[in-house]
Design a protein. Structure first.
Length: 412
């Protein structure tokens, strides 16, 4: 059987087992808890009111729906666990994870199959182009043969159903309909950020409520500052704290510094003690200084450590990957004594002392250095990371190249 458009099925006459027409299709429904793509039910408008026609009771689809059971056997609708295609999908914004963008649904292509004498219908794709819009606009206005000829001349813009992520702002319905954003979560954080920025505020909140907190943190760091602030303010304090805890400390501090003081306090209060103390310390520094830009999670080992010690330290390191391009050496008082590029570890023997692999000159900056001085050091020495030291020369943090890029972007 050929593909059936949702808008063609809506309004189609329904014939019961006796052969008499008893109503017309009002809605087409999925039961996501059972199957996220197979149509489970039609809602039929009859003189006695709406009735549920299970798809297992449909024997044929050919311009009309023919049922193998009587109208009296059809239950009244209880749509709590149903996803209704016209109400919940047509004209709605969805996330195209393959194209990495937000699009609007103009129609839905349904693929019929026959099994055990009954028809099955599955969602094949959603139509987000002009073809679906024209079909809906001219349905019932232009004779069907002429409309089909016209539609054949319009190239389709289809998104396979497996690449679609739905947006549901109601938390209760998200749970009932098992709507998650697993497909979206597999994208690069920067792509997720671009998609989120296209959504309305309540839709952004819905997405961040369902994303894994680690993925949400990575994506949030890529979002534009104004949108980032709006998202965090819309979340409850516990959810916001879960996400902020997963962010790099410097990014978390920058974010909280932009929030109202009361909101920042609420989030800090429910954060885990270790992460809270780390972020609170950074909040004490001016954002325009090196200390305000630095990340306090970085790989460092004793000055007398070996290559093998450094490799083990990297295995245990739980910070972001952007800080691991260099291993820092510190003395017993925590003072910075050297820096070893990661590339040198690959070429060295496990027993080699790291002190013999250090990079000269040792470039660092004071915690109070300004943004301009930091950017000039990165430019002059082509740095990937820049260690930050206090008045006593103790290593307190590291500034990464992406921090500098963010700094420069803010100046544009």
């Amino acid at each position: 059987m050929s593909t059936i458009a949702l808008t063609e099925l809506l309004g189609a006459p329904v014939v019961e087992a006796s052969g008499g027409q008893c109503g017309r299709v009002r809605e087409v429904a999925l039961t996501p808890a059972e199957d996220p793509s197979r149509i489970s039910t039609l809602i039929v408008r009859t003189r006695q009111g709406d009735r549920l026609l299970p798809f297992s009771s449909i024997s044929s689809l050919n311009g009309r729906v023919r049922a193998s059971t009587a109208l009296s056997d059809w239950a009244r609708p209880q749509p709590d666990g149903l996803f209704l295609l016209e109400r919940d999908l047509l004209d709605q914004q969805i996330i195209d994870v393959h194209g990495r963008k937000v699009v609007r649904v103009n129609d839905v292509d349904l693929h019929p199959e026959t099994a055990n004498g009954h028809v099955q219908l599955k969602i094949g794709s959603v139509d987000v182009g002009a073809r679906g819009a024209v079909r809906r606009l001219l349905k019932g206005v232009v004779p069907m043969p002429a409309l089909k000829m016209l539609l054949e001349k319009i190239p389709p813009r289809l998104i396979p159903w497996e690449f679609v992520d739905l947006i549901e702002t109601d938390p209760a319905r998200r749970v009932k309909l098992r709507i998650s954003h697993d497909r979206l979560a597999r994208l690069h954080p920067a792509d997720i950020a671009d998609i989120v920025e296209e959504l309305a505020p309540d839709e952004r909140e819905a997405v961040f409520e369902t994303l894994d907190q680690e993925v949400a943190a990575e994506a949030l760091e890529e979002v534009e500052p104004k949108v980032k602030k709006s998202i965090v303010e819309s979340l409850d304090s516990e959810r916001a704290a879960e996400i902020v805890e997963e962010m790099d400390p410097d990014a978390a501090a920058d974010l909280l510094a932009d929030l109202p003081e009361e909101r920042t306090s609420e989030i800090l209060e429910v954060m885990a003690p270790a992460e809270r103390d780390e972020v609170a310390e950074l909040l004490g520094f001016a954002e325009t200084t090196a200390a305000g830009r630095m990340n306090t999670e970085f790989p460092a080992v004793d000055s007398d450590a070996t290559v093998n010690d450094a490799i083990e330290a990297l295995r245990q390191f739980q910070g972001g990957v952007e800080t691991v391009s260099t291993i820092y050496l510190v003395d017993q008082h925590g003072r910075l004594t050297g820096a070893v590029p990661l590339a040198k570890l690959v070429l060295a023997s496990p027993e080699d002392k790291l002190s013999s692999l250090t990079q000269d000159p040792l470039i660092s900056c004071h915690a109070g250095a300004g943004e301009k001085g930091v950017a000039e050091l990165f430019d002059k020495y082509n740095l990937l990371t820049l260690p930050v030291v206090d008045d006593e020369g103790k290593l307190t943090g590291v500034i990464t190249s992406d921090d500098v890029i963010s700094l420069l972007r803010a100046k544009l």
